[in-house]
Every structure is written in C-alpha cells, then in structure tokens.
Design a binder for this molecule. Structure first.
Ligand SMILES: *Cc1c(COP(=O)(O)O)cnc(C)c1O
Length: 220
C-alpha cells in the first residue's frame, strides 16, 4: 500500500471511530511519525496535504526537515522522543510542540530557550503510566507538583499529557489513566495511541495520535 492509500485509510478510521464515540474527528490530530523513513515517503505524505509530523530524535529531525519545513507553510513538527538538555536549543528552533517534558532541569532549559528565541512552543508532559524503570516520563503521583513547577517557575505553555504504554499490557488501561490525570489537572490535550492501538485511544479521548508504520510502512 502507498502512503497515500494508508493515509486515506487512517483518516477514514479516525472519522468512523470518532463518530461511533460521539467525538468530532477534527479534534483528533494525526501526527505522522517520520522517524527512520526515507524522504520519498515523507514527500508522499506532504503531497497528500498532510502537515503534522513527529520525530523522536533531534538530529534526524534536522536532517529530515531543516530544508523542507520552510517550503511548507503551516507544517508542524512534534518532538515525541526524549530530549537531552544539550539539544534544547536546536529542538526549540525546529519543533512546534515538545511532547516529552519530564524533568525539572529540562523544563527550565526549555523555558530559557523559548524565551531567548521568542518562539511559542507548547508542550506536553510525558507520564510514565506503567511506572517502568527504563521508560521516560514523570510518575503519575508526581504529576501535579511537576505541572505546577512547569507553569509557575518556568512559565511553560503546558497543554496536556503524553504516554507510551508498556508493550505487554492492555493499552486502554494506560489511556484511561492518562485521561483521568488530564481531567484531574484540567489539561486539554492527550497524545496517546500508535499504529497498533490508536483506535483504542480515540474513545478514551486522544487529541493526538502518533502513527508511524501504519502510515509509512516498516522503518529501516
Ligand atoms: C516510533 C514512535 C511512534 C510510532 O510508532 P508506530 O508503532 O510505528 O506507529 C509513536 N510514538 C513514539 C513516542 C514513537 O517513538
């Protein structure tokens, strides 16, 4: 299947699922995850009018997008992978949303750089819903204090939450937990659901779904 066919199929699934759950498909944003994909496939999505992409590494994102982005007004890039503080300057130059804010040092550095570059970069907080040692994200019980730090101390524009569920657990449990945390903290956006499980994330309130392989095919 071509990127065009995949994109149309995913758009239809989003619409059908949204309708079935009494949601507007317009509030569900498809983040096309272009990491490890060849430029031809990215071009195909652009030609179909898609304008929202996600990358999980800053250096690769620069390779993919530095020259392309200025050619497509309205193009938005989300950082969906871990961010090291020594890459914050480049990340703030390129990305339109950082989905993976998860520690005070990073929040502080982001705030500083956003101010310095006079850019508007809304952020999501990554939550480690499965409390996995190896996974990034704030622990659910630390979320209120961390959110308060990001807003009060750093003046970051925090819009919502993001999670990557453990591979061996039903994702819907994690999506439901993320939604509950967002409600408790009056946050509007939820980034959850990938190729294998985005249909389960839509009923639970996803506003961003991050889809790579279902759109572009297997990564190299
Ligand atoms: C790679 C990646 C995705 C996309 O995964 P697919 O299973 O290919 O859809 C989504 N979110 C994050 C954080 C990723 O790193």
């Amino acid at each position: 299947m071509s990127v065009k066919e995949n994109l149309n199929a995913i758009r239809r699934t989003i619409e059908k699922t949204a309708q079935a759950w009494n949601r507007s498909a317009e509030e569900i944003n498809l983040v096309a995850v272009s990491k490890n994909q060849p430029p031809e496939k990215i071009m195909e999505a652009l030609e179909e009018g898609h304008r929202l992409f996600g990358e999980n590494r800053v250096q690769e994102a620069i390779r993919h997008w530095k020259e392309l982005k200025p050619l497509y007004p309205g193009l938005k890039l989300h950082l969906i992978g871990p961010l090291q503080t020594n890459k914050v300057r480049e990340a703030v130059e390129l990305f339109d949303m950082i989905e993976t804010v998860d520690r005070e040092k990073l929040a502080g550095k982001l705030a500083e750089e956003i101010q310095k570059q006079k850019r508007s970069v809304p952020c999501l907080i990554q939550v480690n819903t499965g409390q996995e040692d190896q996974k990034a994200g704030v622990e659910p019980e630390n979320l209120p204090a961390f959110l308060d730090f990001c807003r009060r101390e750093c003046k970051l524009d925090i819009r919502g939450l993001m999670c990557i569920p453990p591979v061996d657990e039903p994702p819907a449990l994690h999506f439901a937990l993320l939604r509950k945390l967002a409600e408790e903290n009056t946050l509007a956006d939820l980034s959850m659901g990938m190729s294998a499980d985005y249909e389960k994330a839509i009923p639970l309130g996803a506003t961003y779904i991050r889809v790579g392989t279902a759109l572009f095919g297997q990564r190299s």
